[in-house]
Write a protein that binds this ligand. Structure first.
Ligand SMILES: Cc1cc2nc3c(=O)[nH]c(=O)nc-3n(C[C@H](O)[C@H](O)[C@H](O)COP(=O)(O)OP(=O)(O)OC[C@H]3O[C@@H](n4cnc5c(N)ncnc54)[C@H](O)[C@@H]3O)c2cc1C
Length: 362
């Protein structure tokens, strides 16, 4: 029997968003299809390394990976996607790319600079800001604010760190016991943690060194870092045919095969999905693997019933680093702080692991 022309080279898979999820989908499919990555930045940033990079700028050399270093056979479009139709993705420069399969992986809106060298420079500047300040105000008590306050408290013992958080507890994405462990650790390092408070926007703009918080109290600090969560990156989809597939939080509803509800050819991976589990990069990688497998199956003509399924990991662990030797872990039945989470995450923040998994030297 005559062999059919292999379909792999003619199918076009467009991946929108080159964060952890999109990077792994594109990498896994690059030798099976014509892959196009649409992502404004020319690099993948592993977010877990962001805060260490502010106290140790050279650390960012390993956390910022040029897409061209691991996507050797992918067409990369350094632009933002602005819309989609049933056939095409539209980009901010007025261009469009036709797809056979589409993967949406625009977890969060990222305002970071688009060029890797400029991002490295930003980390140096942040570090200089920390170095030249005696007192530092950190705004936001989610993972970014807590990890930053902890990094500064660890590496700069003499500096006064104040953390202001609008919620009643730190790290609201993990359980109260893990929150309390993080709070106790920060307090033990002399970080002033103010809960149920916000910083007046006008004091941020004035940058006079005096900040007013919602209770009326004034805080003095030589500099500040705003560490509030980034919005979900689905705004560009709201005028499109996928509008109905967004839930009330702006997340894309997916089926068990990680296809956007109602579509046979549009998939979604990572933090943008409504999969009922904690939002973590290693889970985004697991989504990417299921999607890559399913797209390969579809390209090869498999029946829909043969597609791989993804089961939400509702008891997935989460680790928050507290400097280089501390950490707090939310495990399925309990939380733990100290050497164990530190041993697993805090020394290298999983950067070597992700780099190896994407095919680079740790
Ligand atoms: C401080 C901190 C520590 C963390 N620690 C861990 C950890 O230890 N382990 C772990 O597993 N997870 C950790 N996480 C969570 C992890 O970072 C996220 O779950 C993961 O980054 C999600 O990946 P993603 O690809 O879905 O989304 P994102 O990382 O948000 O990537 C989305 C990408 O889409 C791009 N994009 C957005 N809009 C558009 C558009 N319109 N067009 C084109 N591109 C677009 C963005 O530029 C970005 O590159 C941590 C997060 C933080 C903030």
């Amino acid at each position: 029997m005559e062999m059919a022309e292999p379909a792999k080279l003619s199918a076009v898979v467009v991946v929108v968003g080159g964060g952890v999820a999109g990077a792994f989908v594109a990498k896994s499919l690059q030798s099976h299809a014509q892959v196009v990555l649409i992502e404004p930045k020319d690099y993948l940033e592993i977010p877990y390394g962001e805060l260490r990079s502010k106290v140790e700028p050279l650390f960012a050399e390993r956390t910022l990976i040029k897409h061209t270093d691991y996507l050797t056979d992918v067409r990369i479009i350094n632009n933002r996607a602005t819309g989609i139709t049933g056939k095409e993705v539209l980009t901010e420069d007025g261009g469009s790319v036709t797809y056979d399969y589409l993967v949406i992986a625009t977890g969060h809106v990222d305002s970071a600079t688009r060029i890797r060298d400029e991002r490295l420079e930003e980390f140096k500047q942040d570090n200089q800001k920390i170095e030249s300040s005696r007192s530092i105000l950190v705004i936001g008590g989610g993972p970014v604010g807590v990890e930053l306050a902890a990094e500064i408290a660890t590496d700069y013992l003499g500096k006064k760190v104040t953390l202001v958080h609008k919620g009643s507890r730190l790290l609201e994405f993990v359980g109260p016991k893990a929150s309390k462990k993080a709070l106790d650790w920060l307090v033990s390092k002399k970080v002033d943690v103010l809960l149920n408070e916000t910083v007046e926007v006008t004091s941020l703009e004035a940058s006079s060194g005096t900040y007013t918080i919602s209770s009326g109290e004034k805080i003095t600090a030589d500099c500040h870092f705003v560490c509030v969560g980034k919005p979900i990156g689905s705004g560009w989809l709201s005028p499109s045919f996928l509008k109905e597939s967004l839930d009330e939080k702006g997340r894309l509803q997916v089926d068990k095969n990680l296809r956007v509800r109602g579509s046979q050819i549009v998939f979604a991976a990572g933090d943008i999905t409504d999969v009922p589990e904690i939002k973590q990069g290693y889970l985004a990688q697991a989504h990417a693997m299921v999607i890559a497998k399913n797209i390969k199956l579809l390209i090869n003509g498999s029946a829909q019933s043969k597609l791989a399924t993804y089961t939400a990991n509702s008891s997935a662990p989460a680790l928050v680093s507290l400097g280089r030797k501390g950490g707090v872990a939310q495990l399925p039945c309990f939380s733990v702080s100290g050497w164990f989470p530190a041993f697993i995450k805090s020394r290298d923040l999983f950067i070597g692991k992700v780099r190896k998994e994407i095919g680079l030297k740790a």
